[in-house]
Design a protein around this ligand. Structure first.
Ligand code: 13P
Length: 284
Protein backbone atom coordinates (compact mmCIF):
# COMPACT_ATOMS: atom_id res chain seq x y z
CA UNK A 1 0.00 0.00 0.00
CA UNK A 2 1.09 3.57 -0.54
CA UNK A 3 1.84 5.73 2.48
CA UNK A 4 3.05 9.33 2.58
CA UNK A 5 6.59 10.48 3.32
CA UNK A 6 5.28 12.08 6.52
CA UNK A 7 3.69 8.80 7.67
CA UNK A 8 6.93 6.91 7.05
CA UNK A 9 8.99 9.49 8.94
CA UNK A 10 6.51 9.58 11.84
CA UNK A 11 6.82 5.78 12.06
CA UNK A 12 10.60 6.13 12.16
CA UNK A 13 10.57 8.64 14.98
CA UNK A 14 7.88 6.90 17.04
CA UNK A 15 9.64 3.53 16.77
CA UNK A 16 13.20 4.91 16.88
CA UNK A 17 14.17 3.28 13.60
CA UNK A 18 15.63 4.53 10.32
CA UNK A 19 13.49 4.09 7.20
CA UNK A 20 15.46 2.46 4.38
CA UNK A 21 15.14 4.50 1.18
CA UNK A 22 16.35 2.27 -1.63
CA UNK A 23 17.16 3.37 -5.17
CA UNK A 24 15.55 0.86 -7.52
CA UNK A 25 16.61 1.76 -11.08
CA UNK A 26 16.37 -1.89 -12.19
CA UNK A 27 13.58 -4.42 -11.81
CA UNK A 28 15.87 -6.69 -9.75
CA UNK A 29 16.54 -3.94 -7.17
CA UNK A 30 12.85 -3.06 -7.10
CA UNK A 31 11.63 -6.60 -6.54
CA UNK A 32 14.23 -7.19 -3.83
CA UNK A 33 13.27 -3.98 -2.00
CA UNK A 34 9.53 -4.75 -2.11
CA UNK A 35 10.09 -8.36 -0.96
CA UNK A 36 12.28 -7.20 1.91
CA UNK A 37 9.60 -4.77 3.10
CA UNK A 38 6.93 -7.47 2.85
CA UNK A 39 9.02 -10.10 4.59
CA UNK A 40 9.50 -7.85 7.62
CA UNK A 41 6.26 -5.87 7.26
CA UNK A 42 8.10 -2.57 7.53
CA UNK A 43 7.60 0.81 5.85
CA UNK A 44 10.22 1.40 3.17
CA UNK A 45 10.85 4.04 0.51
CA UNK A 46 11.33 3.07 -3.14
CA UNK A 47 13.12 5.83 -5.00
CA UNK A 48 14.32 6.75 -8.46
CA UNK A 49 17.15 9.25 -8.86
CA UNK A 50 17.39 11.56 -11.87
CA UNK A 51 20.99 10.44 -12.34
CA UNK A 52 19.64 6.91 -13.02
CA UNK A 53 17.69 8.01 -16.11
CA UNK A 54 20.22 6.27 -18.42
CA UNK A 55 19.41 2.93 -16.73
CA UNK A 56 15.63 3.39 -16.88
CA UNK A 57 13.59 6.55 -17.33
CA UNK A 58 11.11 7.52 -14.64
CA UNK A 59 8.33 7.04 -17.22
CA UNK A 60 9.44 3.41 -17.78
CA UNK A 61 10.35 2.13 -14.30
CA UNK A 62 8.15 4.61 -12.37
CA UNK A 63 4.72 3.10 -13.14
CA UNK A 64 6.08 -0.35 -12.20
CA UNK A 65 7.32 1.03 -8.88
CA UNK A 66 3.96 2.66 -8.19
CA UNK A 67 1.96 -0.46 -9.15
CA UNK A 68 4.10 -2.79 -7.00
CA UNK A 69 3.86 -0.36 -4.09
CA UNK A 70 0.07 -0.05 -4.36
CA UNK A 71 -0.55 -3.78 -4.40
CA UNK A 72 2.07 -4.61 -1.75
CA UNK A 73 1.08 -5.66 1.76
CA UNK A 74 3.94 -3.47 3.06
CA UNK A 75 3.56 0.31 3.56
CA UNK A 76 5.66 1.97 0.84
CA UNK A 77 6.47 5.49 -0.34
CA UNK A 78 7.43 6.09 -3.99
CA UNK A 79 9.87 8.97 -4.03
CA UNK A 80 11.80 11.04 -6.60
CA UNK A 81 15.43 11.05 -5.41
CA UNK A 82 17.75 13.99 -6.23
CA UNK A 83 15.33 15.67 -8.62
CA UNK A 84 17.42 18.49 -10.05
CA UNK A 85 14.57 20.56 -11.50
CA UNK A 86 10.90 21.38 -10.94
CA UNK A 87 10.11 19.60 -14.22
CA UNK A 88 11.75 16.35 -13.12
CA UNK A 89 9.76 16.28 -9.87
CA UNK A 90 6.59 16.96 -11.89
CA UNK A 91 7.43 14.02 -14.18
CA UNK A 92 7.57 11.82 -11.06
CA UNK A 93 4.20 13.05 -9.77
CA UNK A 94 2.73 12.55 -13.25
CA UNK A 95 3.56 8.83 -13.15
CA UNK A 96 2.20 8.41 -9.62
CA UNK A 97 5.13 9.09 -7.27
CA UNK A 98 3.79 10.47 -3.98
CA UNK A 99 6.93 12.12 -2.59
CA UNK A 100 10.00 13.91 -3.91
CA UNK A 101 13.41 15.31 -3.15
CA UNK A 102 14.40 18.51 -4.89
CA UNK A 103 18.17 18.79 -4.82
CA UNK A 104 19.27 22.34 -5.47
CA UNK A 105 22.05 22.12 -2.91
CA UNK A 106 24.73 23.11 -5.41
CA UNK A 107 22.99 26.44 -6.06
CA UNK A 108 23.51 29.53 -3.90
CA UNK A 109 21.29 29.53 -0.77
CA UNK A 110 18.63 31.91 -2.15
CA UNK A 111 18.27 29.96 -5.41
CA UNK A 112 18.09 26.65 -3.52
CA UNK A 113 15.35 28.09 -1.30
CA UNK A 114 13.38 29.58 -4.22
CA UNK A 115 13.37 26.32 -6.20
CA UNK A 116 12.52 24.30 -3.08
CA UNK A 117 9.60 26.64 -2.30
CA UNK A 118 8.28 26.16 -5.84
CA UNK A 119 8.44 22.37 -5.51
CA UNK A 120 6.78 22.47 -2.06
CA UNK A 121 3.93 24.54 -3.55
CA UNK A 122 3.48 21.90 -6.27
CA UNK A 123 3.60 19.01 -3.77
CA UNK A 124 1.08 20.78 -1.51
CA UNK A 125 -1.46 20.63 -4.36
CA UNK A 126 -1.27 16.81 -4.09
CA UNK A 127 -0.70 16.61 -0.33
CA UNK A 128 2.78 15.09 -0.87
CA UNK A 129 5.90 15.53 1.23
CA UNK A 130 9.14 17.12 0.03
CA UNK A 131 12.76 16.55 1.00
CA UNK A 132 15.39 19.15 0.14
CA UNK A 133 19.13 19.36 0.71
CA UNK A 134 21.38 21.91 2.32
CA UNK A 135 25.13 21.44 2.43
CA UNK A 136 27.09 19.51 -0.15
CA UNK A 137 27.89 15.82 -0.13
CA UNK A 138 30.81 14.48 -2.15
CA UNK A 139 30.35 11.76 -4.79
CA UNK A 140 27.66 11.06 -7.33
CA UNK A 141 24.38 9.38 -6.36
CA UNK A 142 24.88 6.64 -8.95
CA UNK A 143 28.27 5.79 -7.45
CA UNK A 144 29.92 6.47 -10.83
CA UNK A 145 31.82 9.63 -10.04
CA UNK A 146 34.70 8.95 -7.73
CA UNK A 147 34.60 11.03 -4.62
CA UNK A 148 37.70 11.10 -2.51
CA UNK A 149 35.70 8.74 -0.32
CA UNK A 150 36.00 11.20 2.51
CA UNK A 151 33.86 14.18 3.39
CA UNK A 152 34.91 17.78 3.62
CA UNK A 153 33.87 19.54 6.80
CA UNK A 154 33.65 22.92 5.12
CA UNK A 155 30.67 21.54 3.17
CA UNK A 156 28.77 20.35 6.27
CA UNK A 157 25.28 21.75 6.76
CA UNK A 158 25.15 24.94 8.82
CA UNK A 159 22.49 24.53 11.59
CA UNK A 160 21.37 28.19 11.59
CA UNK A 161 20.94 28.21 7.82
CA UNK A 162 19.14 24.87 8.04
CA UNK A 163 16.73 26.33 10.59
CA UNK A 164 15.74 29.25 8.37
CA UNK A 165 15.72 27.08 5.25
CA UNK A 166 13.20 24.63 6.74
CA UNK A 167 11.09 27.45 8.22
CA UNK A 168 10.95 29.35 4.91
CA UNK A 169 10.50 26.37 2.60
CA UNK A 170 8.09 24.17 4.57
CA UNK A 171 9.90 20.93 3.66
CA UNK A 172 8.98 17.63 5.36
CA UNK A 173 12.58 16.46 5.84
CA UNK A 174 16.06 17.81 5.23
CA UNK A 175 19.03 16.00 3.69
CA UNK A 176 22.15 17.21 5.45
CA UNK A 177 25.87 16.84 5.09
CA UNK A 178 27.44 15.55 8.32
CA UNK A 179 30.16 13.17 7.15
CA UNK A 180 28.68 10.59 4.78
CA UNK A 181 29.57 10.43 1.07
CA UNK A 182 27.82 8.88 -1.92
CA UNK A 183 29.33 5.68 -3.28
CA UNK A 184 32.26 3.68 -1.93
CA UNK A 185 34.29 4.88 1.04
CA UNK A 186 38.00 5.02 0.44
CA UNK A 187 38.68 6.01 4.03
CA UNK A 188 36.78 5.70 7.30
CA UNK A 189 33.79 8.07 7.38
CA UNK A 190 34.07 10.76 10.01
CA UNK A 191 30.52 11.33 11.25
CA UNK A 192 29.63 14.41 13.26
CA UNK A 193 26.91 13.10 15.61
CA UNK A 194 26.55 16.33 17.56
CA UNK A 195 25.83 18.14 14.30
CA UNK A 196 22.96 15.70 13.58
CA UNK A 197 21.46 16.37 17.04
CA UNK A 198 21.74 20.14 16.55
CA UNK A 199 20.24 19.98 13.05
CA UNK A 200 17.28 17.87 14.25
CA UNK A 201 16.62 20.22 17.13
CA UNK A 202 16.96 23.48 15.21
CA UNK A 203 15.05 22.46 12.06
CA UNK A 204 12.24 20.57 13.81
CA UNK A 205 12.13 18.03 10.96
CA UNK A 206 13.64 14.56 10.49
CA UNK A 207 17.15 14.47 9.03
CA UNK A 208 17.93 12.42 5.91
CA UNK A 209 21.20 10.57 5.48
CA UNK A 210 22.47 10.29 1.93
CA UNK A 211 25.36 7.97 1.11
CA UNK A 212 23.97 5.30 3.42
CA UNK A 213 26.24 2.52 2.10
CA UNK A 214 29.20 1.33 4.07
CA UNK A 215 28.61 2.40 7.67
CA UNK A 216 29.01 0.09 10.65
CA UNK A 217 26.02 -1.14 12.67
CA UNK A 218 26.83 1.20 15.53
CA UNK A 219 27.27 4.20 13.19
CA UNK A 220 23.80 3.64 11.71
CA UNK A 221 22.28 3.27 15.19
CA UNK A 222 23.94 6.38 16.57
CA UNK A 223 22.80 8.46 13.57
CA UNK A 224 19.22 7.26 14.09
CA UNK A 225 19.43 8.06 17.80
CA UNK A 226 20.57 11.61 16.97
CA UNK A 227 17.72 12.36 14.52
CA UNK A 228 18.27 10.61 11.18
CA UNK A 229 14.94 9.07 10.11
CA UNK A 230 15.54 8.25 6.42
CA UNK A 231 18.61 6.45 5.18
CA UNK A 232 19.32 6.53 1.45
CA UNK A 233 21.03 3.38 0.31
CA UNK A 234 22.13 2.08 -3.08
CA UNK A 235 25.78 1.37 -3.90
CA UNK A 236 26.37 -1.61 -1.61
CA UNK A 237 23.16 -3.35 -2.71
CA UNK A 238 24.15 -2.90 -6.34
CA UNK A 239 27.67 -4.11 -5.56
CA UNK A 240 26.25 -7.22 -3.80
CA UNK A 241 24.27 -8.20 -6.89
CA UNK A 242 27.26 -7.63 -9.15
CA UNK A 243 29.52 -9.78 -6.99
CA UNK A 244 26.94 -12.58 -6.79
CA UNK A 245 26.69 -12.65 -10.58
CA UNK A 246 30.47 -12.49 -10.93
CA UNK A 247 30.90 -15.48 -8.58
CA UNK A 248 28.26 -17.48 -10.41
CA UNK A 249 29.93 -16.83 -13.76
CA UNK A 250 33.31 -17.83 -12.35
CA UNK A 251 31.81 -21.13 -11.15
CA UNK A 252 29.77 -21.77 -14.29
CA UNK A 253 31.53 -20.10 -17.20
CA UNK A 254 29.58 -22.25 -19.68
CA UNK A 255 26.21 -20.77 -18.64
CA UNK A 256 24.17 -18.94 -21.28
CA UNK A 257 20.88 -18.34 -19.43
CA UNK A 258 20.66 -14.62 -18.74
CA UNK A 259 17.55 -14.91 -16.55
CA UNK A 260 19.55 -17.08 -14.12
CA UNK A 261 21.73 -14.00 -13.57
CA UNK A 262 18.80 -11.69 -12.90
CA UNK A 263 17.40 -14.16 -10.35
CA UNK A 264 20.78 -14.37 -8.63
CA UNK A 265 21.04 -10.58 -8.61
CA UNK A 266 17.59 -10.18 -7.03
CA UNK A 267 18.40 -12.71 -4.29
CA UNK A 268 21.74 -11.05 -3.54
CA UNK A 269 20.13 -7.62 -3.17
CA UNK A 270 17.45 -9.11 -0.94
CA UNK A 271 20.10 -10.66 1.29
CA UNK A 272 21.97 -7.36 1.43
CA UNK A 273 18.78 -5.44 2.29
CA UNK A 274 17.86 -8.02 4.92
CA UNK A 275 21.09 -7.22 6.70
CA UNK A 276 20.42 -3.51 6.38
CA UNK A 277 16.89 -3.62 7.78
CA UNK A 278 18.15 -5.88 10.57
CA UNK A 279 20.24 -2.92 11.68
CA UNK A 280 17.92 0.00 10.83
CA UNK A 281 14.69 -1.51 12.19
CA UNK A 282 16.13 -3.98 14.71
CA UNK A 283 14.80 -6.91 12.59
CA UNK A 284 16.62 -10.07 11.64
P1 13P B 1 24.95 5.21 -1.50
O1 13P B 1 24.96 4.83 -2.96
O2 13P B 1 26.26 5.68 -1.00
O3 13P B 1 24.35 4.11 -0.68
O4 13P B 1 23.98 6.48 -1.37
C1 13P B 1 22.69 6.42 -1.94
C2 13P B 1 22.05 7.77 -1.91
O5 13P B 1 22.39 8.61 -1.12
C3 13P B 1 20.99 8.02 -2.89
O6 13P B 1 20.42 9.28 -2.76
Amino acid sequence: MLISLKEALDYAEQNKVGIAAINTPTYEMLLAAVRTAEQHNIPLILQHAEVHEPINTIEDIGPVMVELAKRSTAPLVVHVDHGESYDYVKRGFDVGFNSAMIDASRLPYDDNLALTQKVVALANEYGYGVEAELGVMPGREDGSQASTGTSNETLYTDPDLAQSFVRDSGVTALACSFGTVHGLYKAEPNLNYNLISTLREKTGVPIVMHGGSGLTDSEYRECIKRGVAKINYYTYADKASFEAVQNYLAEKPETFIFSDLTTIATKAVQQNLNNLVGILYGKS
